[in-house]
Design a protein around this ligand. Structure first.
Ligand code: ZN
Length: 266
């Protein structure tokens, strides 16, 4: 279950199954609680846009404080809709937030080190959270439609198995706020890819147009990696439906900030 929390005006989601382990600090931000204005109002976590660096950095401080993390140690991915998974270590602490992003293409982050907060950014793409509660490994994966087709979620789970010896039955996974079937209209060529890769229940016709269900496609790939369905928590929240509260790229034609997924082993 995803739980909506509100602390000092900052709204964010947490995942009950993750919280219950006591092993992590984590959360998924909303638009509420930051200092940015206009289409970035107010918790915009996207650098390199028309919002000022000063505002975005302040937003990182606010959300990190709220989640109990040190913003200076956040490791931010560099998302390109690829399938590169980076293993974060001490030397990455601060990457992309307090200093220039040194990554070229990183859509998933993984670590078994405590005190290294991982962060990935969203506005419709699918946030995936992972926690191996036995081995103490965490990961985040940014799974837009291209990443979903490249099976970045499945590859992240497979990396937990190969690099850390994770037993998939010990892995908790969660699917955060993202654009869902109700609003994810695609061209026939994209629908055909999903039907071929994940089955005909992952692209459904709404009148003339196909709508793709990324979340269902992701659940299929995570269960293929051996994660029990009962360990996968799908929040069910559509960013397009709730664009006043969550940033949606589609709804705003790209005039939007970014939401953030955060997780850190404690
Ligand atoms: Zn929707």
């Amino acid at each position: 279950m995803f739980k909506l929390n509100r602390v000092n005006g900052v709204s964010y989601y947490t995942i009950s199954s993750f919280e219950d382990t006591g092993l992590v600090r984590h959360g998924f931000s909303t638009r509420e609680g930051g200092v940015s204005e206009g289409c970035y109002a107010s918790m915009n976590l996207r650098f390199h846009c028309d919002d000022s660096r000063e505002n975005v950095l302040e937003n990182y401080k606010i959300i990190a404080d709220t989640l109990g993390m040190d913003y200076k140690r956040i490791v931010l991915s560099k998302q390109t809709h690829g399938d590169v998974i980076h293993t974060a270590t001490e030397q990455d602490a601060g990457n992309g937030v307090i200093r220039e992003n040194a990554f070229e293409s990183v859509d998933a982050l993984i670590t078994d080190k405590k005190g290294i907060p991982l962060a990935t950014l969203y506005a419709d793409c699918v946030p995936l959270f992972f926690l191996d509660k036995k081995k103490g490994v965490v990961a985040l994966a940014h799974s837009g439609w291209k990443g979903t087709v490249k099976r970045i979620g499945q590859k992240t789970a497979e990396k937990m198995k190969s690099d850390y010896g994770s037993d998939p039955s010990d892995i908790l996974a969660a699917i955060g706020p993202s654009i869902r079937e109700c609003h994810f209209e695609v061209g026939d060529e994209v629908a055909e890819i999903f039907i071929r890769e994940f089955g005909d229940d992952t692209a459904v016709k709404y009148g003339e147009k196909y709508h793709v269900n990324m979340q269902k496609s992701i659940i299929k790939q995570l269960t293929e990696a051996g994660i029990p369905r009962a360990n996968i928590d799908d929040c069910g929240i559509c960013t397009y439906c709730q664009s006043d509260f969550l940033f949606s790229h589609r709804k705003t034609n790209g005039k939007r900030g970014n939401l953030g997924a955060f997780i850190e082993l404690v």
